[in-house]
Design a protein around this ligand. Structure first.
Ligand code: PMP
Length: 396
């Protein structure tokens, strides 16, 4: 059957080769240590599940308005005000079917054919595809180790052209594990003043920050920042609700209304009883569960970075957010390890999996071929075992 050029242009995820090979090896009984997880290894807090059950029993099983039930949009508005210092009315908020849907729909609502979107490396793999599906072009800005992989105001200024319609900021970052400081974000906001650039601020990892890291919402920095920003967030990471598919976007009314029109014809509302569970998630009891998870991630991230940095030829900034370490392993490129030529992150990940049974994600699909991504959404025992193997493998 005919397949559209649009669909053909979307590549199979470059990370899939390693993850499906890891699954295959596991199925064969091989003891693979997996550092590929993109979701917390904790269960959804029980009271959130209970709220969904109650909603189902209470007959919350029919359509809702496409943009979400008013009670949830009101609860999100209160969260954004109390926790992020942002004044959005419920009408300025749309509930989407996961943060991924928020990204896709925001871009569909804002971008036109020929627009450019500034995308600093390392970027989450979905952004470039969502940009291209909206007819726009990603303008990749290569960051570097010296700046902790963050775009500088100078780089941003140099990248802006007449065609620039959007800048994507993801802090805390997947895959980088870094968080922009409030001052760094202020400098970015200042650089954008006088332009028409929309900022898509993906804040989905906001609660997972470590050490003395401070999180600020981009839109809270100034009136100018507020007016140009779409604030994106969701329930997947903070509440361990990846399978529930709930995200949201807040921003100027005209864009949120445009997203609601698109959503009306594409998907309609996100699942009705999960919207009720989301109201419960935003209540007080979640705070304890989130803090418990955060403390555990902090311990693991610190340990993982320490171990990685103790391996010759591996450099890893200590993660300040999310649940990823993103070490530079490029000093090992050009080597031959047990017959495998290591000429980039794809070779590195493949050989590490085949020879030492450790699954990591290559940095290439995130725009940084010098790096690999290791998730610490797994036990300390697994981290210790996997890094022992990595260390031994590289020391050959
Ligand atoms: N943004 C970032 C940076 C992510 O890493 C993810 C999940 N991998 C999402 C958005 C979307 O998450 P979800 O669709 O599960 O809400």
């Amino acid at each position: 059957m005919k397949v559209s050029k649009r669909a053909q242009s979307v590549p199979v995820s470059a990370t899939i080769a390693v993850t499906s090979r890891a699954k295959q090896l596991k199925a064969q009984g091989v003891d693979v240590v997996g550092f590929g997880a993109g979701e917390p290894d904790f269960d959804t807090p029980d009271y959130i599940k209970q709220a969904a059950i109650e909603a189902l029993k209470g007959g919350k099983t029919k359509y809702t308005p496409a943009a979400g039930i008013t009670e949830l949009r009101t609860a999100i508005a209160a969260k954004l005000k109390n926790e992020n210092g942002l004044n959005y009315t419920p009408e300025q908020i749309i509930v989407n079917i996961g943060g991924k849907h928020s990204v896709y729909e925001s871009m569909q609502a804002v971008l036109d054919v020929g627009d450019e979107v500034i995308l600093p490396t390392p970027y989450w793999v979905t952004y470039p595809e969502a940009i291209k599906l909206a007819g726009a072009t990603p303008k990749i800005v290569q960051t570097n180790k010296a700046n902790s992989y963050k775009i500088t105001p100078k780089q941003l200024k140099d990248a802006i052209t007449k065609k620039t319609a959007m800048l994507v900021i993801n802090s805390p970052s997947n895959p980088g594990g870094f968080t922009y400081t409030p001052q760094e974000l202020k400098d970015i906001a200042k650089t954008l003043e006088g332009t028409d650039v929309v900022v898509l601020s993906d804040e989905i990892y906001e609660k997972l920050i470590y050490g003395d890291t401070k999180f600020v919402s981009f839109a809270s920095l100034s009136e100018d920042a507020y007016n140009r920003t779409l604030t994106l967030n969701g329930f997947s990471k903070t509440f361990s609700m990846t399978g529930w598919r709930l995200g949201y976007t807040a921003g100027p009314l005209e864009v949120i209304k445009a997203m609601a029109r698109l959503q009306d014809h594409m998907t309609s509302n996100s699942v009705t009883f999960t919207q009720y569970a989301a109201i419960a998630a935003l209540g007080e009891p979640a705070k304890q569960a989130i803090e418990k998870m955060r403390v555990e991630f902090e311990k693991r991230g610190k340990y993982m970075a320490e171990r990685l940095n103790s391996i010759p030829g591996v450099q890893c900034p200590e993660p300040t957010g999310a649940f990823y370490c993103f070490p530079d392993v490029s000093e090992h490129y050009g080597r031959n390890i047990n017959g495998a030529e290591i000429n980039g992150s794809m070779d590195f990940a493949k050989a590490l999996l085949e020879q030492a049974n450790v699954a990591v994600v290559p940095g290439l699909p995130f725009g940084c071929d010098g790096n690999i991504r290791l998730s610490f959404a797994c036990s300390l025992d697994d981290i210790s075992k996997g890094l022992d193997r990595l260390q031994k493998w590289l020391s050959q």
